[in-house]
Design a protein around this ligand. Structure first.
Ligand code: RFL
Ligand code: PHB
Length: 396
């Protein structure tokens, strides 16, 4: 097999990139380790920055999102025993965000790939990247095993969109890679339930721990609570989950939460991680393959979209004009936006969670920070700007 770009991974980064390249007439082959059913069963992100919404519209996969996605003007923050306040991204910046599940985006991207006959090969085992480091005579290609048969795709570029546990980042020699990591001492239990959501995406800081009430549709809610790292889904039957969730919200919001049987539960650890550079020779990393943020700022999927936007634009410039300047600038440009979101996610994680090692001093400082945010329109505007996300950088 031969193509222009091999894309490893059919998560949102990989499928968005193949769709974007297609709009520029650039061929790609997508290789995925899991089955399509497995990819479509993962429940993850929900909050789309306006730049992500723009990318999805630009690549022609926004029809259902525009119909079913729910626009929000900002997010609500609540904390123990005090009033809540609303961080208004629309008032501060004129920008709304859209709540639309990552699972639905995956469905829309697969449907678009099917419509145009895009090869998305699932169940690819032992994916190995070769010849991307620019050495003499090096020719980029990828080998893998599918249905017990060894296969090879020759290409000009490889896009590593295979998530945190993928093979692409680890294919870059250790001496070239620099990794930055922070692991948080708790996880999030996520619960999906067919119940009416609260009107706003609401984050709560409570002595019992962090909680979040989010939205999927008028009749579908997504909730999260902070749990100890070692906890498993089995530790949280519904009878334990609902009272704990409600205990972490102020009484009026707790009373507005409707209980119902959960339809999905998962536990995820929280981590900040960045690997630099995001390019090595003909290999380019996008999304979770290069960086992970804790979900507190709702930035992970949005960063995948900005990486894809920058890389797609750079590849279009290369194939259109044989101009490599944007490919050369990709890593630095993508990383500027990544670090900005890493900082915002780290800030919100520190602001909203209860840390086991916090001293009374740390706890007091956190409360004073929340008081300041509540009382200062300037502080709220600054947070609104970070939550809404940076605009994309211009090309030159
Ligand atoms: P993905 O989604 O992990 O996809 C990578 C794909 O690569 C495949 N793969 C391989 N394929 C071939 N060969 C290999 N060796 C392979 N190894 C792996 C995998 O099977 C998979 O299909 O990465 P991508 O595309 O970069 O997308 C990133 C996003 O999924 C992630 O950042 C977000 O889900 C993070 N996130 C959130 N982001 C937001 O922007 N807003 C949110 O509200 C938000 N909430 C969340 C989140 C993540 C969460 N979890 C579970 C970590 C909430 C949660 C609970
Ligand atoms: C979600 O709806 O899944 C969601 C919302 C906000 C976050 C993280 C996840 O910060």
């Amino acid at each position: 097999m031969k193509t222009q770009v091999v894309i490893v991974g059919s998560g949102p980064a990989g499928l968005m990139l193949s769709q974007l390249l297609h709009t520029h007439g650039i061929d790609s082959v997508v290789l995925e380790r899991q089955t399509r059913e497995h990819v479509l069963s993962r429940i993850r992100a929900g909050v789309l920055e306006s730049t992500t919404v723009d990318v999805l519209r630009q690549i022609g996969v926004a029809e259902r999102m525009d119909r079913e996605g729910h626009a929000h003007d900002g997010v609500r923050i609540a904390w123990a025993g005090r009033d809540t306040f609303f961080v208004d991204t629309h008032k501060a910046l004129g920008r709304r965000f859209v709540v639309y599940g990552q699972t639905s985006i995956q469905e829309d991207l697969y449907a678009a790939a099917d419509r145009r006959g895009q090869p998305v090969l699932d169940r690819c085992e032992d994916v190995v990247l070769h010849g991307f480091d620019g050495g003499p005579g090096a020719r980029p290609h990828v080998t893998f095993v599918r249905d017990g048969r060894s296969q090879r795709v020759d290409c000009e570029f490889i896009a590593g969109c295979d998530g945190f546990h993928g093979v692409s980042r680890r294919s870059i020699p250790e001496g070239v890679r620099r990794e930055y990591e922070k692991v948080y001492p708790f996880g999030w239990l996520g619960v999906m339930a067919r119940v009416r959501p609260l009107p706003d995406v609401t984050y709560a800081n409570h002595p019992r721990g962090f909680a979040l009430a989010s939205y999927r549709s008028q009749v579908l809610s997504r909730f999260y609570i902070q749990v100890p790292l070692e906890h498993k889904v089995e530790d949280w039957p519904d009878e334990r989950f609902w009272p704990e969730l409600k205990a972490r919200f102020p009484a009026d919001l707790a009373a507005a939460i409707t209980e119902g049987p959960s339809i999905e539960k998962s536990v995820a650890p929280l981590r900040s991680f960045v690997s630099e550079p995001m390019r090595h020779g003909a290999l380019f990393l996008c999304g979770d393959a290069a960086h992970i943020v804790p979900p507190t700022g709702a930035k992970g999927l949005n960063l995948a979209a900005s990486d894809v936007f920058y890389l797609g634009r750079a590849l279009a410039r290369w194939y259109g004009r044989r101009d490599a300047s944007q490919l050369d600038g990709y890593s630095a440009m993508a990383l500027r936006r990544v670090w900005s979101s890493v900082r915002t996610s780290w800030y919100l994680t520190n602001l909203l969670h209860r840390f086991p090692h916090f001293s009374e001093f740390d706890q007091k400082a956190q409360e004073v920070e929340l008081d300041y945010l509540k009382s200062s329109a300037y502080a709220q505007a600054a947070l609104a700007e970070q939550y809404a996300g940076l605009p994309f950088e211009a090309a030159d």
